[in-house]
Write a protein that binds this ligand. Structure first.
Ligand code: ZN
Length: 498
């Protein structure tokens, strides 16, 4: 092994350990910690973060990375990828003056609190000055980091999807706009003919919990490597490939909420569990990109989890669990109900078809903000205009409008597109998978292991070793191609609503 790389690894070990400690603290905060713990625990997290940053940003690591730049030929594929990821993080942190970075962190922490209150009180004006400063800072940081030929938005996007530029996304979202906006309108006109009120009867939490536990295992979430807890909003986190944690949340007046959350987070979890042993706990031991991660969770949640073949063997079990609530509800009625498409105001509650229009709207707006073509004060009106244009509905309040997501308050610009790209990747993977196996037959035979094996072999095991397009090229024979997504949605919804 390259001598410098060996040394580098020794420095990385404590960095990785500190990251693990921080992850555990975060997990605990969201799941088990008592409410009063927050203030003191935040101080512990703050101190740990400092120790972590100091361990990572030490001159020895920088020196080794510099040496390794000239020694690439002596490195293995895996080692090269590790050096690549480290360099990327270093470059980002080095070009931003430390004081400015710290000030931005403080700003976003404050902004998140102000946002929560503003949302509660439907008061955009109180949040607006913070958002304005966040946009300005992100633009300035992107300016520091910009490489030749990059737009400011390109820089922000590269944090999440390094394979995509603003131009790529313009092309992608143009397809979404042209193809899906009319399809959404067409389906919305038929929505009234689909009964779904039975999904929102009374569903006791204990029964939901037991069913979801079974469901997680059924799709391939391994109990020996993972746990499921409860939190306000479901999420996935992990220490390494043998300690993956997901959460769920139970609403007694909704059957689908927890079911699709556990399948979604389970999909994220299965990805993390599938990363190869020699990559986990290294800088390339996570999912390839945000979009690739989301492609896996959405593949499980929507493509598998809302399909007829998936529910054929499972629906009788669901009916056994809720004999009264689902009495007289056929599998067909259930399937139509869980796939009902209807324009709605809240992104996180949107159905599979309308979901990407919520992302399209955020993409168009944040691009305008970063380009300086829209000022923050005018954002609520622009938001309403876009919802009217694309979904045909308008929020009465900013609470149900521009204030609904927390991401901008945290400074995350360039982040939303990953959700839509991920959905589209799922459809592209589906097309490739169907050439290699009879997916419906597997699902009907409860053989989810075959699905997991396929995804593990083509996607999961590689972690961040390859980029998004490289993985797609290897698996599907081509780079990202949004046409599969449009074709999948068209076929599915025309069949369902026929
Ligand atoms: Zn997700």
């Amino acid at each position: 092994m390259n001598e410098h790389f060996e040394k580098l690894q020794r420095y990385l070990e404590p960095v990785q350990a500190l990251q693990g400690a921080l992850t555990l603290f975060q997990w605990d905060n969201e799941t088990l910690a008592p409410p009063a713990a927050n203030e003191q625990s935040s101080r512990i997290v703050g101190a740990l973060t400092d120790v972590y940053l100091n361990a990572f940003l030490r001159p020895e690591i920088f020196q080794l990375l510099t040496e390794l730049k000239g020694e690439k030929d002596t490195l293995s594929e895996k080692e090269k990828a590790i050096v690549r990821e480290l360099n990327k993080e270093y470059e980002n942190l080095m070009v931003i003056p430390k004081e400015e970075y710290r000030a931005f962190q403080e700003l976003t922490m404050k902004a998140a609190v102000v946002w929560a209150k503003a949302r509660e009180e439907d008061d955009f004006a109180s949040f607006s000055p913070y958002l304005k400063e966040i946009v300005e800072t992100q633009k300035r940081f992107a300016g520091y980091r910009r490489k030749e030929g990059q737009s400011l938005y390109d820089v922000l996007l590269s944090d999440y999807e390094p394979d995509f530029t603003e131009k790529d996304l313009d092309d992608f979202f143009a397809i979404i706009r042209e193809e899906l906006v009319p399809l959404v309108k067409e389906m919305a006109e038929k929505a009234d003919s689909i009964p779904d009120s039975f999904l929102y009867g009374h569903y006791p939490a204990d029964k939901q919990s037991a069913f979801c536990e079974m469901l997680a295992e059924y799709i391939g979430f391994e109990k020996e490597k993972g746990v499921i807890a409860q939190s306000a909003h479901p999420f996935t986190t992990n220490l390494h490939n043998k300690d993956v944690r997901i959460t769920n949340h139970f609403y007694e007046n909704s059957l689908p909420s927890a079911i699709f959350s556990v399948i979604h987070e389970g999909g994220h979890g299965i990805y993390e569990m599938g990363i190869a042993d020699d990559l986990t706990m290294t800088p390339i031991g996570g999912g390839a990109t945000m979009a690739m991660h989301e492609s896996q969770s959405r593949f499980y949640e929507n493509i598998l989890g809302r399909s007829e073949a998936f529910w054929k063997p499972l629906y009788p079990k669901l009916q056994e669990t809720y004999p009264e609530q689902l009495a007289g509800i056929s599998l067909e009625t259930f399937l139509r109900a869980i796939n009902k498409s209807q324009p709605s105001l809240i992104r996180t509650e949107a159905d599979e078809l309308t979901y990407c229009l919520h992302i399209l709207i955020r993409y168009e707006l944040e691009k305008l903000l970063i380009a300086g073509e829209l000022c923050v004060e005018d954002l609520p009106k622009a938001w309403k205009d876009k919802y009217r244009e694309y979904l045909g509905i308008v929020p009465d309040t900013d609470r149900e409008g521009v204030l609904q997501d927390t991401h901008w308050a945290w400074g995350n610009f360039g982040y939303f597109p990953s959700y839509a790209i991920g959905s589209a990747i799922g459809a592209q993977l589906l097309a490739a998978m169907k050439k290699d196996m009879d997916l419906d037959a597997c699902l009907q035979a409860s053989n989810l292991a075959a699905v997991k094996e396929y995804l593990g072999k083509h996607i999961h095991q590689y972690g961040k070793l390859y980029g998004c397009n490289e993985l797609l090229q290897k698996t599907t024979g081509e780079k990202f191609n949004a046409r599969y997504y449009v074709a999948y949605l068209r076929e599915k919804y025309h069949r369902l609503y026929a």
